[in-house]
Structures are given as C-alpha cells and as structure tokens.
Design a protein around this ligand. Structure first.
Ligand SMILES: Cc1ncc(COP(=O)(O)O)c(C=O)c1O
Length: 405
C-alpha cells in the first residue's frame, strides 16, 4: 500500500515537473507579479482550461512583463521594472562588438573566465558557482529543488515573489511572514515559522519592493543558525547599491561552508537586464544539486558573458551609475515631500511609497501620462513602487504625479 502511495506521489510530482511547468509559466507571470501576492481570482489554478490561451504575450497588465507589453512606444519614463537606464557601460558595449565575430562558438571558455573572476573577487572557488541567463533561472531551479508535496517555503511579505511562487507549483504551503514596522524582513518571525516541512527560507536583501536592508551581523548570525536546520537562499540582486556590498553580502557565509545559496545578477547596477547574466554561489555539492534543475552555462550568450567580464572590472562606470542613481533618488524624495507623501527610505534603485488612491487606477492614470510604475497592496494600504530612472524620467514622473496628487 505504502509503495503504491509513494509511486502515486512520485507520479504527481513527475507530472508537475514534466507536464505542469509549460502551463505553469503563464500562471507564474501572473502570480509573481500579483500586487497582493496571490493569483487573481479569475486565474486561480482550477485546471488547464484556465491556463491555456494565456500565451506569454498575454501577461497580466499589472506585471512588469504585462506593463512592458502594453506600454505605448512613446513612454516618457520606464519606471516599473527596476532596470538601470545608465547601463550597460561603454566597455560592455565594446566587448559585445568584439565578441560578435566568434559568437558562432559556444560560450564555455568565456564563462570559465567570468567564474574565475567572480571566485577571485569573492574569495571562493570556481566550484562554488553556477551561471545562468539571469538569476531568475536560478531562483526557479532552487524553488523546484527544495519543494515537495506537503512541503513549505518561507518568505517575507511583501518580498520578491518569483522563487516562492514557483515553489508553490510543487509545495503545499507558502508561509508569508509580514515585514516589521520598519518594513524590514522579520528574521526572528521567519525563524520561528520554520517547521519539519520547510524546504527553503528565502531572504531578499535589499528587499524588493520595500528597498530596505537588513543589519549584516544579524543576518549573518541568522544564516549561521538557520542553515543548520534548512537551506537559506539570499537574493542579493540589489546589493551593489549599498555603500559596502562586500561587507553586507552573505558570500562570507558561503565561504564559511554554510548551507546558504547567494544569488546575484548583472541586471541591476551593471544594466544587463536585456543581456541576461546571473549566478549563484553555494557549496559545490549544492551547485551539483541545483544543476539538475537548470540549463546552466548553455543558456548564456557569449557576447553577454564578454560584456560581463568587461563591466565587472569597470569601477569608474559603477561609481557613475551610483552617483546618477543617488541624484535621481534625491529628486524623487523631494518631489514626494513637496506633494505631502511619505516614503520608505530606499537602499536600492527603487522607492516604495503609500498612495492616496486605488493602485490600479493610479498606475493606469500615470501610464496615460506616459509614466510606467507599479502598485502594491499590503498593511491595508495602496503603494506605488517607482524605479529610479534618468533625471528626465524622474521629471516626467514628477509632472504626472503632480497632476494626480
Ligand atoms: C529581487 C530580485 N531577484 C531577482 C531578479 C531577477 O533578475 P534577473 O533574472 O534579471 O537576473 C529580480 C528582478 O527584478 C529581483 O528584483
């Protein structure tokens, strides 16, 4: 009997992994983008009929993809996807051009060089790394690797929903732990929420969408303790916006041999969202485990890898991006203050602030004025998340916002 059951369970899991995922992709777009963290009622997973017909180009209007696909060609300000409009660097662009003649070759040698550079920088070994075309692929790999029927995953609320949403395709539960009164991830409550079925604790630091950052010593102590019980995934997509990224990073916990996965992306400070380069660092045995759920090296394009190699060493470029981001952010803070709005002080390239009207209405009205932003709903409030753009984009935001506030 128990053999039959476990075979059935295996089949269910197999079906989810093999057959379920192509259908699930459309659902994921909706769920990870959903402003309240749930699938919209009309799109609840009730069966394949709900899913078919939702082609990739039909992503829901409030998701980043959906906003981009519906945006007018003449958008004045593209402030809905936390991209970096100051990138990629000149060196990256030159590297791409130089890489074109040999781009008939597979990218493996360049990836080996990039991994070596990252490993030397982080004080780790090449065996500690796995690369992919953006960190999303690796978030997804971890979600599947650590999910099982009856299992659960723990994340903050609100936080980046990509990984936990995908985990929900296999897991039974997603335990959402509300952020503290300072809008930071509540590490103590997250630790308390762990039970025997927890597969992974997901920490986004700095956190998207609140743009808050955790105290590094507190997070390091959390990682040390919690990783003895369960794998901790630390998503550091926005870490480069902090004053001391190396000091704030949990790469040190990987170095200490702990059961931690750290995810990084070139999509943000390096301006590679369209070039697609990301990676994780973890223990070599974990890299092997994750490899079963990820395409790995073959998904990367050689010109993008060459561009990443050129960008990573370009400290002047990075300083320039950070200065321009700070100037645009200060302008945004001033605009919000002048209009009588509060905001959560930001440690990243986006700002979250409470709005005084329904979120969808607000974002629709902003879009009518050529400004793309996103909305959230939590703590019984409506919120706008605005990405930090060029100064002309922030001015366009200010002009549209004044008309609505
Ligand atoms: C917290 C966080 N992690 C990961 C990603 C995915 O980045 P990418 O797949 O471009 O590397 C994003 C994208 O916005 C993000 O906000």
């Amino acid at each position: 009997m128990s053999n039959t059951l476990s075979r059935r369970q295996m089949l269910r899991r197999g079906a989810l992994l093999a057959g379920g995922l192509p259908f699930a992709a459309g659902l994921l777009d909706q769920a990870q983008a959903a402003p309240n963290g749930h699938l919209p009622p009309s799109r609840e997973v009730t069966g394949i009929a709900d899913i078919t017909g939702t082609g990739e180009l039909m992503a829901p209007a409030y998701s980043e993809k959906g906003i981009a696909l519906r945006a007018p060609a003449e958008l004045k300000a593209r402030l809905f996807a936390n991209e970096n409009p100051f990138g990629p660097s000149e060196r990256a662009k030159t590297a791409i051009l130089n890489a074109l003649p040999t781009s008939y070759q597979y990218p493996f040698m360049h990836i080996r060089d990039l991994v070596k550079m990252l490993a030397d920088h982080d004080g780790l070994a090449p065996e500690n790394y796995m690369m992919a075309a953006g960190s999303s692929c690796l978030l997804s790999a971890a979600a599947l690797c650590f999910s099982k029927p009856g299992g659960n995953i723990i994340s903050g609320d609100p936080s980046y929903e990509d990984l936990p949403t995908r985990a929900t395709l296999v897991n039974e539960k997603w335990i959402k732990v509300p952020v503290t009164s300072e809008y930071k991830l509540d590490l103590d409550a997250m630790e308390k929420a762990i039970d025997g079925n927890t597969g992974l604790v997901y920490i986004c630091n700095p956190n998207n969408p609140t743009a808050t950052v955790l105290d590094a010593d507190k997070l390091r102590a959390f990682c040390e303790r919690v990783s003895k019980r369960v794998t901790v995934f630390v998503d550091e997509a926005y870490i480069d916006y902090l004053d001391d990224p190396a000091g704030m990073s949990m790469m040190s916990s990987v170095k200490a041999g702990q059961n931690i996965i750290v995810a990084r992306t070139f999509s943000k400070v390096y301006g590679f969202a369209g070039l697609r380069v990301g990676y994780v660092a973890a223990q070599p045995s974990m890299i092997t485990r994750l490899g079963a759920y990820n395409e790995g090296m073959i998904s990367l394009s050689a010109p993008s890898v060459m561009a990443a190699l050129a960008s990573f060493q370009d400290k002047d470029y990075m300083r320039g991006v950070l200065e321009k981001t700070t100037a645009s952010k200060s302008f945004l803070y001033e605009t919000l203050k002048k209009e009588g709005y509060d905001y959560i002080p930001s440690s990243a390239n986006f700002v979250l602030f409470p709005i005084k009207m329904e979120g969808k209405h607000f974002t629709d009205e902003m879009m009518k004025r050529g400004v793309g932003v996103r909305f959230w709903k939590f703590n019984n409030k409506e919120w706008c998340r605005v990405s930090i753009g060029r100064m002309d984009e922030m001015e366009a935001f200010a002009a549209a916002f004044k008309e609505l506030s």
